[in-house]
Design a protein around this ligand. Structure first.
Ligand code: ADP
Ligand code: MG
Length: 265
């Protein structure tokens, strides 16, 4: 074997040194014979913000959810830091899922906070349950995170005493409390008035600036253009077009993308 060939052959450790924090490889998700996600491959580089846009029903949420196995792929695989999430078998084990959900945090359109707990208690709960942190440690981390999302004054408020934007910021703080390496966001502002959505987007922008790897399904084109490094347009379960956000948004190459952008602008 000559030297050039040796160099082009991946060493066994190459997978663990992947430049992608998260990667979908040929992921298909079928519901009742319908491919909601059809053979999609997508890598999110470490520290990158990747935004996914596209019409309703195009498979954006389904794809996003495969990254932390809230949705099992029918075929294909997910890699986190170059390692398959389900090594060698189709069904992940509960312990693997626990680890995965800590590494890959998620924030949904609906905030899903516990109504009977205060903001601080909501943020403390997963830390004590999933990470085994002491209450004092969880409280300190919770207070710090509430400060980070601008809500230290709401520590003892229940969700019903907070606006939608505040609840979403609490939900982001809760996800961050588990020290995720990657954050998934599924239309985190779509249930909010523009003004409250802006508060949430500001927190997400700060998170992006801090170097968090983020995969964000959004209909906020300005956010996608300003904050994302990579933009993906999905329709009918496939990636139709992707690339630099400004290029895709301002001079889309595919007719399907052009049609979508005309409709939303
Ligand atoms: P988007 O987030 O782009 O609006 P989704 O990923 O939610 O799209 O849905 C993609 C397609 O998959 C839709 O046709 C939807 O009805 C279908 N789908 C999503 N989740 C399920 C499910 N749990 N069971 C059956 N069909 C589903
Ligand atoms: Mg969706």
């Amino acid at each position: 074997m000559n030297v050039a060939m040796q160099q082009s052959t991946s060493p066994p450790t190459a997978a663990a040194e992947s430049r992608y924090a998260a990667e979908a490889q040929n992921v298909t998700v079928e519901f009742h014979g319908h491919k909601a996600v059809d053979n999609v491959s997508l890598g999110i580089a470490k520290g990158e913000v990747c935004a996914i846009i596209g019409p309703s029903g195009s498979g954006k949420s389904t794809l996003l959810r495969t990254f932390n196995h809230l949705q099992e792929p029918t075929s294909g695989q997910i890699l986190i830091n170059g390692r398959p999430t389900v090594p060698g078998s189709r069904k992940p084990k509960p312990a693997d899922l626990m680890q995965l959900r800590r590494t890959v945090g998620m924030c949904f359109q609906s905030f899903n906070l516990f109504p009977h707990l205060t903001a601080l208690e909501n943020i403390m709960l997963a830390q004590t349950k999933a990470l085994g942190r002491s209450k004092d440690e969880a409280r300190e981390r919770g207070r710090h995170l509430l400060e980070r999302v601008g809500l230290e004054a709401k520590a003892n408020a229940r969700p019903s005493q907070c606006s939608g934007g505040q609840q979403q910021r609490i939900a982001i703080a809760r996800a961050l409390a588990l020290d995720p390496e990657i954050m998934l966001f599924d239309e985190p502002t779509s249930a909010l008035d523009p003004e409250l959505g802006a508060e949430v987007l500001a927190v997400m922008r700060e998170l992006a600036d801090s170097g968090m790897t983020m995969l964000v399904v959004t209909h906020e084109m300005n956010f996608a253009e300003d904050v994302a490094e990579h933009l993906v347009f999905m329709a009918d379960g496939v990636i139709v077009e992707q690339g630099d956000p400004s290029s895709v948004l301002r001079s889309p190459q595919q007719e399907r993308t052009q049609k979508f952008l005309r409709a939303v602008n």
